[in-house]
Design a protein around this ligand. Structure first.
Ligand SMILES: Cc1ncc(COP(=O)(O)O)c(C=O)c1O
Length: 442
């Protein structure tokens, strides 16, 4: 198999998938894979769930989709009220779409439309963070601090301002604890003032950075400090919870952990558990009401927005998560899982950090643990770990470039919320084996 740093192992080498059941996938050659990362942190309750499949089939037998400009539907209405109750009373409107990129795109547009509705159409500029990923459409890519994914499109992307990544393992000026969160909020404030608050529409960030950082949680106090400061300057906060939200971090909203409420939030991936593509942009009530009063509608959406069968799938997934108490399990078991991984990986001096929140866990490999110096990019170590794990029947999610966009090796582990104890033990054992094989062979 050939390693490719951005698209997996090389198309020609991909095995043919034929079946999924619980935490396992099976290929046409009869090989079994433990899905230790839910693909790219998407498959929240595993594969082939009969209850979800039955809900999808039942909906298809009624009607696949009622076009959103002509009809509402029971799954759409029920999902909307369930999500609003899960997100809390601050939120009032939801715009559905088919992917995380579209949900982010809609979030940016909602921010622009809100300022237009307020009579402040000059507020058009976005601020984002280095080492972030918000999606592959031009708008979402424009706010992404992801060198490798942006490079061929530079010149056609929006003019966006960037501030430092928020990363306690690679902190701004070596700061620790609450001082780091405050310094990063101060840096953002200085950027808003330099651009001019009258021009800034919103600041967008991932509460726990996914592929661009390798499961990096916001530093202590950061989210609250950013929310308060942005509110003072009249700048909206967009939380991109496409990867870290929908329960992945052990609370439905990832920012619940930080006791912060954004103005707009994008979710996707785990929302419908990967059974049918579905994403959503969830909007604070007063923003949505202001837009509706001024323009009559939130001006974003697509042919299949709120697709009836996708909503039925998401409703089934979310009901299972609620009924089986999976958020509480992810919350408590996630911390223990990080501890078990730390112990299993302790013999390897190259394992610099094991971090994350809930079932979004990042492992960072470094050449020197004391200085946190990354390995040369040419060694493509995270890809090698991913490949060795895959060969041994374990799926993890390797990410590269978290240090300056080129160097840096991280691997994300994101098991299904309902993975059994035996499956988690198998995950740790196979992952440790893949790290061992990578480090001894390269
Ligand atoms: C944080 C974040 N935002 C947005 C996206 C884009 O989502 P999608 O690939 O569904 O378009 C991703 C995808 O990995 C993501 O991790």
């Amino acid at each position: 198999m050939t390693a490719n740093r951005s698209v997996g192992w090389g198309m020609e080498a991909l095995p043919r998938i034929v079946r999924g059941e619980g935490s396992y996938l099976y290929d046409a050659a009869g090989r079994r894979y433990l899905d230790g990362s839910g693909g790219p942190a998407a498959f929240s309750i595993g594969h082939g769930n009969r209850e979800v499949n039955a809900a999808i089939t039942a909906q298809l037998e009624q009607v696949a989709c009622g076009y959103r400009y002509l009809f509402t539907s029971e799954p759409l209405e029920e999902l909307t009220s369930l999500l609003l109750s899960l997100c809390g009373p601050a939120f009032g409107q939801i715009v559905y779409s088919g992917s995380g990129s579209e949900a982010v795109e809609s979030a940016l547009k909602v921010a622009l439309q809100y300022w237009d509705a307020r009579g402040l159409p000059k507020k058009k500029h976005f601020i984002a963070r280095e080492r972030s990923y918000h999606g592959n459409t031009l708008g979402a890519l424009s706010v992404s601090g992801f060198l490798e994914r942006r490079r061929p499109f530079e010149g056609s992307l929006l003019d966006v301002s960037f501030v430092s990544a928020a990363n306690a393992y690679r902190p701004l000026r070596g700061l620790t604890g609450a001082a780091l969160g405050e310094a990063l909020a101060d840096e953002l404030e200085a950027k808003i003032e330099a651009v001019g608050a009258e021009r800034v529409a919103a600041f967008i960030y991932e509460p726990v950075v996914g592929a661009a950082g390798g499961a990096v949680p916001a530093p202590e106090g950061y989210a609250r400090a950013v929310a308060a400061m942005c509110a003072r300057h009249g700048v909206l906060v967009i939380a991109d919870e496409v990867m870290c939200g929908s329960g992945r971090c052990g609370t439905w909203r990832a920012l619940e952990h930080d006791e912060a409420v954004p103005d707009i939030m994008a979710v996707g991936k785990g929302l419908a558990g990967g059974y049918i593509p579905l994403a959503a942009t969830i909007v604070r009530r007063e923003l949505g009401e202001r837009i509706l009063a001024a323009h009559g509608a939130i001006l974003t959406g697509h042919t299949y927005s709120g697709h009836t069968t996708a909503c039925a799938a998401a409703l089934a997934v979310q009901r299972i998560i609620r009924r089986e108490g999976l958020l509480a399990r992810v919350h408590s078991r996630g911390e223990a899982l990080r501890g078990e991984l730390r112990r299993a990986l302790a013999p390897f001096a190259e394992v610099g950090d094991v971090r994350g929140r809930g079932y979004l866990i990042g492992i960072e490999l470094v050449e020197d643990r004391a200085t946190r110096q990354p390995f040369p990019a040419e060694r493509a170590l995270s890809q090698a770990v991913g490949r060795h794990a895959f060969e041994d029947g374990l799926i993890v999610y390797p990410c590269a470039g978290n240090v300056g966009g080129v160097r840096g090796d991280t691997i994300i582990i994101a098991p299904p919320f309902n993975a059994s104890e035996g499956e988690l033990a198998e995950l740790i054992e196979k992952f440790t084996g893949a790290v061992a094989r990578t480090l001894t062979r390269s």
